[in-house]
Ligand binder design. Structure first.
Ligand code: SF4
Ligand code: SF4
Length: 333
C-alpha cells in the first residue's frame, strides 16, 4: 500500500540551497538562474566554507544542496563537499544536469555524498532535449548509470510544463528500468527564463496538474519509487502556511544574496546578504515584509508575480488558494 502525506514544514530542520556558481553548459527553457540578480562569480572553496560555517546551527539538522548553474563545473566541488561534511551538515546532495564535469564521481565517495540528483525532463530524447538542449538526454542518462555503478544514491528531478506533462506518465516505468528509487516532480514557475516569455505559455493549470501528477506519483510509488511533488493548489478548506514563517530554507547565490522564498529570487528582496562573509539582515523593504501579509489567495508572492493562475467566483472570492511553493506531497511505496 502506498503511504501518501503532505510534508509538514519542519521547525527544527533547515534546508540550504547553495548556488556555488551560476555558470552552466545548458540553456534549459525553465531555468530560473538570473545572473543580473544572482551574480556570475564562481565562489572559491574558502568562501563556500566560511558561508557554510556562518549558516551552521548546532541544534538543528541542516540539509545541504549544492546547486548552480551546474555545480560540477566548480573545479573544487569535492573540497566543498568535504568541508560541509567536516562542519557537520546532516545530508549533502549535488543537483546536476548529468554532465558530471571535473570527474566528480571519481573525486568523491558515496560515504561523503548522500545523493546525486539529476535534472531530466523527459523519458525520451525528443521531449527532454526540446527543453534542455540537444544531446542533454544521452549525457544525463549516461551520468545516472555511471553514478549508480559507483554506488551513489541517485534521484531524478522532473520539471513539469506544457512541453512534457503528457510524457510524465512514462517516467515511472523508465525510472524503474534505470533502477532509481527517488523521484522529485517539480512545476514550472514564472522565474528567470520562463518569466521572460510574456504569454507564459508553458504554465500548467490546476485542472492539468490535478488530473496528471497525483496519478503518476501513485503509479511510481506502486513500482517501489518514493515520490515527492509540490501541492501547488489548495482547496479553500485546507490550511495555508508560508514556509518562510514556519520553517528554515535558505537560497544562497554567489553575489552573497540569501533568500528565504524562491519566488522572490528575480528581485532584490533577499532577507540577508553575506557582507565580509557575515550573514547580514537586509534593510526593509525585503521579502520578510511580504511573508507577513495574509490574503485569501494564499501565497502573496504568487499573487504579485503570477496572478494568472488564480480564479475568482462571481462575488470576487478566490475559488482556491495557491500553496507555498515549498509545500510538498510525499508518496512512499
Ligand atoms: S541545467 Fe540547471 S542551471 Fe543549467 S540551464 Fe538547465 S536549469 Fe539552468
Ligand atoms: S512561495 Fe509564498 S508562501 Fe512560500 S515562502 Fe514564498 S511567499 Fe511564502
Amino acid at each position: 500500500m502506498n503511504i501518501e502525506k503532505t510534508v509538514a514544514f519542519q521547525k527544527n530542520s533547515r534546508n540550504i540551497f547553495f548556488h556555488i556558481l551560476t555558470q552552466c553548459n545548458l540553456k534549459c527553457r525553465h531555468c530560473y538562474i538570473n545572473p543580473k540578480q544572482h551574480g556570475n562569480q564562481t565562489l572559491p572553496v574558502e568562501t563556500v566554507t566560511k558561508w557554510l560555517k556562518a549558516l551552521w546551527h548546532e541544534e538543528k539538522t541542516s540539509n545541504l544542496i549544492f546547486i548552480g548553474g551546474e555545480p560540477t563545473l566548480h573545479p573544487d566541488l569535492d573540497l566543498c563537499i568535504r568541508a560541509a561534511r567536516k562542519i557537520g551538515y546532516g545530508s549533502i546532495t549535488v543537483d546536476t544536469n548529468g554532465f558530471l564535469f571535473n570527474n566528480i564521481v571519481e573525486k568523491v565517495t558515496p560515504g561523503e555524498l548522500d545523493y546525486f540528483s539529476f535534472g531530466l525532463d523527459g523519458s525520451c530524447k525528443e521531449i527532454n532535449d526540446l527543453i534542455r538542449g540537444k544531446g542533454s538526454y544521452d549525457k544525463c542518462v549516461a551520468g545516472i548509470e555511471k553514478a549508480l555503478l559507483k554506488g551513489f544514491d541517485v534521484s531524478v528531478i522532473y520539471t513539469v510544463s506544457q512541453l512534457n506533462i503528457n510524457d510524465l506518465q512514462e517516467m515511472p516505468g523508465f525510472l524503474r528500468g534505470l533502477g532509481i528509487k527517488r523521484f522529485f516532480i517539480q512545476v514550472i514557475g514564472i522565474r528567470g527564463r520562463s518569466a521572460q516569455n510574456e504569454d507564459h505559455g508553458l504554465q500548467i493549470t490546476k485542472k492539468e496538474w490535478g488530473s496528471v501528477v497525483p496519478l503518476v506519483a501513485a503509479q511510481a510509488a506502486r513500482l517501489g519509487i518514493h515520490v515527492t511533488y509540490p501541492k501547488v493548489f489548495l482547496d479553500n478548506s485546507e490550511p495555508f502556511e508560508c514556509a518562510a514563517l514556519v520553517a528554515e530554507n535558505y537560497f544562497i547565490f554567489p553575489n552573497g544574496r540569501v533568500y528565504q522564498c524562491p519566488l522572490c529570487e528575480d528581485f532584490p528582496l533577499h532577507s540577508y546578504a553575506f557582507k565580509k562573509n557575515k550573514l547580514t539582515p537586509s534593510p526593509p523593504v525585503n521579502e520578510k515584509d511580504l511573508f507577513q501579509l495574509s490574503i485569501p489567495e494564499g501565497c502573496v508572492m504568487n499573487k504579485l508575480i503570477q496572478p494568472g493562475n488564480l480564479c475568482y467566483d462571481k462575488q470576487g472570492r478566490p475559488e482556491y488558494k495557491i500553496a507555498c511553493c515549498l509545500l510538498k506531497q510525499d508518496i512512499k511505496p
